[in-house]
Write a protein that binds this ligand. Structure first.
Ligand code: PGA
Length: 251
């Protein structure tokens, strides 16, 4: 079943980089990350979106890391989905745990942002995931389902063709503590079953659910071999040539 879903690898550069380091990443991405079997997307800081879109191979998607829920207006410091689209980018990451937990974004705001971004024609990498205390309290599924429900409430069934879900347990992000392949597979499988009930069997079968949280060149093969793990959202390792190994995790 998983083979029908194209493997997806996103690089979330977060608030990192300058022109010099961005040039280096573009160089290895263009040389070694263009693969017809893998959908590759890179996510630079908003400042570099236009620059990266112009320089990276057209087969590689470019994603904003966030955007607001309206087209324009008095929202100092923010960017709109329309702007991301205007500079030629195709994707936006929304609901990343750093947006939720550092910048205080609510489930509802994330849902509204997803709705608006899809309306402009951007595709969305929608992030969900539980904190350590939530996992320890046995709330992993409840949290993931609640965050996903807030998105379902804002969109149409047909929108799912333009969404990738990134399951990123907060305790695994940037910590070096990767979820085990069993832990990640378990959540992905439960989420897919839940989507079947809440949305449709078609959507559940076709939507890509990718894993994020300390993915690296060493653990990507094992994770990527699980039936419900359709790729990765990679932070730290996406700034380094390790990203090439991760893109080729299924090879
Ligand atoms: P990490 O980040 O790979 O550095 O853990 C993943 C993410 O936040 O998307």
């Amino acid at each position: 079943m998983s083979s029908q879903r194209k493997f997806f690898v996103g690089g979330n550069w977060k608030m990192n980089g300058n022109k010099q380091s961005v040039d280096k990443i573009i160089e290895f991405v263009n040389k070694d990350c263009v693969d017809p079997d893998v959908e590759v997307v890179v996510g630079p800081s908003a400042i570099y979106l236009d620059y990266v879109r112009q320089k990276v191979n057209p087969a590689v998607g470019v994603a904003g890391q966030n955007c607001y829920k309206v087209a324009s207006g008095a929202f100092t410091g923010d960017n709109s989905a329309d702007m991301i689209k205007d500079v030629g980018c195709e994707w936006v990451i929304l609901g990343h745990s750093e947006r939720r937990h550092v910048f205080g974004e609510s489930d509802q705001l994330v849902g509204e942002k997803v709705q608006y971004a899809l309306k402009t024609g951007l595709k969305v990498i929608a992030c969900i995931g539980e904190k350590l205390e939530e996992r320890e309290a046995g709330q992993t599924e409840a949290v993931c389902f609640r965050q996903t429900q807030a998105i379902i409430d804002c969109i149409q069934k047909s929108d799912w063709a333009n969404i990738v879900i990134a399951y990123e347990p907060v305790w695994a992000i940037g910590t070096g503590k990767t979820a085990t392949p069993e832990q990640a597979q378990e959540v992905h499988e439960k989420l897919r079953k839940w989507l079947k009930e809440k949305v449709s069997a078609d959507v559940a079968n076709s939507v890509r659910i990718i894993y994020g949280g300390s993915v690296n060149a060493g653990n990507c093969k094992d994770l990527g071999g699980r039936p419900d793990i359709d790729g990765f959202l990679v932070g730290g390792a996406s700034l380094k040539p390790d990203f090439i190994t991760i893109v080729k995790a299924r090879k």
